[in-house]
Design a protein around this ligand. Structure first.
Ligand code: BES
Ligand code: ZN
Length: 460
C-alpha cells in the first residue's frame, strides 16, 4: 500500500491532466445537439479504460445515450464491486456567469473548475486514478471490479433499467459503489445512506388562440400567465406544506433515533443562510433544515415562461404560459402515484378560462441503504485513512434513481462514497471539485478496495 499511496502523491499533475481532457467534452445529455459529444465521451472512456488495463471494455448502445462497461475479474474468491458513475453532465448555461470556460478544466484556489468537475466526471476519475495506481504498481487489483458508466443520469436514467434487467449475470456483484454525492463539509467526511426520489412535471396553459394587444383585449379574458401564477401559489399552504391531496400519504415517518442523529451533526442555520445570501430560511413547519432537506418531500417550480421577456417593453396579452415543476420524494412515496395526484390536482384547480396540459417528464424512486450493509465498515475505515477523520452518517436531498433498481433487480445494496462538497455549484455556473477532496478521494478508494476483502466475504 505504501508504494501505491506514494505513487498517488507523486502523480497529482498527471491525474489532473487526464481529468482535464475528459472535462473538455461537452457531454450534455439533455441537448440533442450534444449527442455526438456524448458519444465521443463514451469512446474516450473506452479508450482510457483499455489503456488502464480493464478487460471486456465495451459500449452498449441504447435508444438514448450509450452505456460504457468494463471489468477486471482476476482475483476469484475476492469480493466483486459494481462501480457506477455517470459521464453525462447538465447544460452549462447561463454561460456568461462562468469565470472560466465550462468545458476547459481550470485550477483556481485549490479547486478544479468545469462542468462535470464534481458531478460526476471528477468523481468517476477518483476511481479510475485509484485503479491506475494499483495497475501501475502491482499490476493487479485487490478486488474484482465491474464498471458501468452511464450517459443519461441527468435525464432520469431511462435506458439503464432495461439494460440491468437484460444483463443481470454480467452485472452480478457483492455491492454497488457510487461516488456521486457530497461529503457533509470540507474536512468532515461522511457516508450517505439516503437519497430522495424525484417526479418531474410540466404544465402548459393556453388561453386565447394567439397573442393579443393588451390594450385592445386586456380586461376581457384571463391572461394565462396570471392563471399559471395562481395555480402555482395554490401548491403550498402557509406552513410550507404541499397541498396536493394524498401527497404525504406514503411518507415514512422519521424515526426518533434518526432525528436525534441529525441533531448531533455540526450544522448552523445561520451560517447556511449567510452562505446562500438569504435573510432567513424557509420550508415546511415542524422540521429542522436537515430534516427538510433529507427526509421530507418538497415541490419546487424549476422554471416558468410565457409572454415577453426581451429587453424593453411590449404590451402583449400572451396566448401561452408554462412551468416546470419537480417534486423531491422520500421513502415510501412512489413517483408514478405522485405524478397522477399532481395531474389530478392541477386539473382540479385550473380555471375554465385556460386549457391545461400536464406532462410527466421523468421520475425516480427514493433510496435508503442500511448502514450495516456489506462493505459499509470498509468504507468507514477507508474514509478515516483517506481523510484522517472518522466519517459521519448523512442523507442527501438529491436523487440517483438507479440505486433502487440495483437493489430490486440485482438484490444488492449501494454504498454512496461521495467526495463532492455541498457548495461546489453542481448544476450551476462555476462547478468545481476541491483538489484536496479529489486527491484524498483517490487515497480513500485505494484503501476501500484494499480493505473490502477483510470485511466482506464473497457471496456470489
Ligand atoms: N450527483 C447528483 C445527485 C446528488 C445531488 C447527490 C445532490 C447529492 C446531492 C446527480 O447527478 C443528480 O443531479 N441527479 C439528478 C437526478 C434527476 C435528474 C433524476 C437530481 O438529483 O436532480
Ligand atoms: Zn451526478
Amino acid at each position: 500500500m505504501e508504494r501505491i499511496l506514494q505513487y498517488i502523491e507523486h502523480n497529482h499533475t498527471n491525474f489532473l491532466e487526464e481529468i482535464k481532457t475528459l472535462l473538455t467534452i461537452p457531454s450534455v445529455s439533455t441537448k440533442p445537439e450534444n449527442k455526438p459529444d456524448v458519444e465521443h465521451c463514451a469512446s474516450w472512456l473506452v479508450q482510457y479504460l483499455q489503456q488502464l488495463g480493464m478487460n471486456n471494455v465495451q459500449i452498449f448502445p441504447t435508444e438514448g445515450h450509450p452505456i460504457v462497461y468494463a471489468d477486471w475479474l482476476n482475483v476469484p474468491g475476492k469480493p466483486t464491486v459494481l462501480l457506477y458513475g455517470h459521464y453525462d453532465v447538465q447544460p452549462a448555461e447561463p454561460l456568461e456567469l462562468w469565470t472560466s470556460p465550462p468545458f476547459e478544466g481550470t485550477v483556481r484556489d485549490g479547486n478544479l473548475f468545469a462542468r462535470g468537475a464534481t458531478d460526476d466526471k471528477g468523481q468517476i476519475f477518483i476511481h479510475l486514478s485509484g485503479i491506475k495506481a494499483f495497475m501501475k504498481n502491482v499490476g493487479a487489483l485487490p478486488i474484482n471490479i465491474k464498471m458501468i458508466l452511464e450517459g443519461e443520469e441527468e435525464v432520469g436514467s431511462t435506458h439503464l433499467e432495461p439494460f440491468i434487467k437484460n444483463h443481470k449475470e454480467l452485472l452480478r456483484a457483492d455491492l454497488v459503489l457510487i461516488s456521486d454525492t457530497s461529503m457533509f463539509a470540507k474536512g468532515v467526511p461522511s457516508i450517505c445512506y439516503g437519497l430522495r426520489g424525484l417526479q418531474y412535471m410540466q404544465i402548459d396553459l393556453v388561453g386565447p388562440n394567439k397573442d393579443l394587444h393588451s390594450g385592445s383585449y386586456g380586461g376581457s379574458i384571463q391572461n394565462p400567465i396570471q392563471a399559471l401564477a395562481e395555480i402555482i401559489t395554490k401548491l403550498h399552504d402557509k406552513n410550507g406544506k404541499v397541498t396536493i391531496p394524498g401527497f404525504y400519504d406514503d411518507v415514512r415517518k422519521l424515526a426518533k433515533e434518526e432525528r436525534t442523529s441529525f441533531k448531533k451533526l455540526p450544522w448552523s442555520d445561520k451560517k447556511y443562510a449567510k452562505e446562500l445570501g438569504v435573510r432567513s430560511l424557509h420550508g415546511e413547519k415542524g422540521f429542522t433544515t436537515l430534516e427538510r432537506l433529507w427526509a421530507r418531500p418538497t415541490l419546487e417550480c424549476n422554471g416558468i415562461w410565457g409572454g415577453f421577456i426581451g429587453d424593453g417593453a411590449k404590451t402583449v396579452l400572451p396566448s401561452k404560459a408554462s412551468a416546470k415543476i419537480s417534486m423531491r420524494l422520500v421513502p415510501d412515496q412512489k413517483p408514478s402515484k405522485i405524478a397522477k395526484l399532481f395531474e389530478k390536482y392541477i386539473k382540479k384547480i385550473s380555471p375554465k378560462t385556460v386549457q391545461v396540459t400536464v406532462q410527466n417528464l421523468h421520475g425516480g424512486e427514493p433510496a435508503i441503504t442500511p448502514i450495516d450493509c456489506p462493505g459499509m465498515q470498509a468504507a468507514v475505515v477507508a474514509l478515516e485513512k483517506g481523510f484522517g477523520e472518522k466519517p459521519l452518517y448523512q442523507r442527501e436531498g438529491g436523487s440517483i434513481p438507479i440505486v433502487v433498481k440495483f437493489k430490486k433487480l440485482l438484490g444488492i445494496d449501494t454504498i454512496l462514497l461521495g467526495f463532492g462538497l455541498p457548495n461546489e455549484n453542481a448544476h450551476a455556473p462555476n462547478e468545481f471539485i476541491s483538489l484536496d477532496n479529489f486527491f484524498n478521494g483517490i487515497k480513500t478508494v485505494v484503501h476501500f478496495y484494499n480493505e473490502l476483502p477483510k470485511y466482506l466475504n464473497k457471496k456470489y
